[in-house]
Design a protein around this ligand. Sequence first.
Ligand SMILES: [Zn+2]
Length: 89
Amino acid sequence: MSAVSPEARASLNHIMSCRNCYAPGSRYCPEGLELHLDALAEFIATRESKHEQHRIYRRERELHPERAERLGELVKARLEAMRGSASDG
Ligand SMILES: [Zn+2]
């Protein structure tokens, strides 16, 4: 259970209680979609290799092209925040 990130937990909690979100069909309300993409961005940003990050991102872009731009922004923001905190410490 400790492997579940706070972002993934927030996304799951929303989906379980939201009548407009249906994860198996990858259907989300606007709030659910943002939480889903945030969890996905967290997952991608924490992969160890750039190759793996790009592989997952490309797959998502193929499946959901209309979400790719927002996902890209979220991943980029996370990577920058991680770099920032690494150089501070
Ligand atoms: Zn929802």
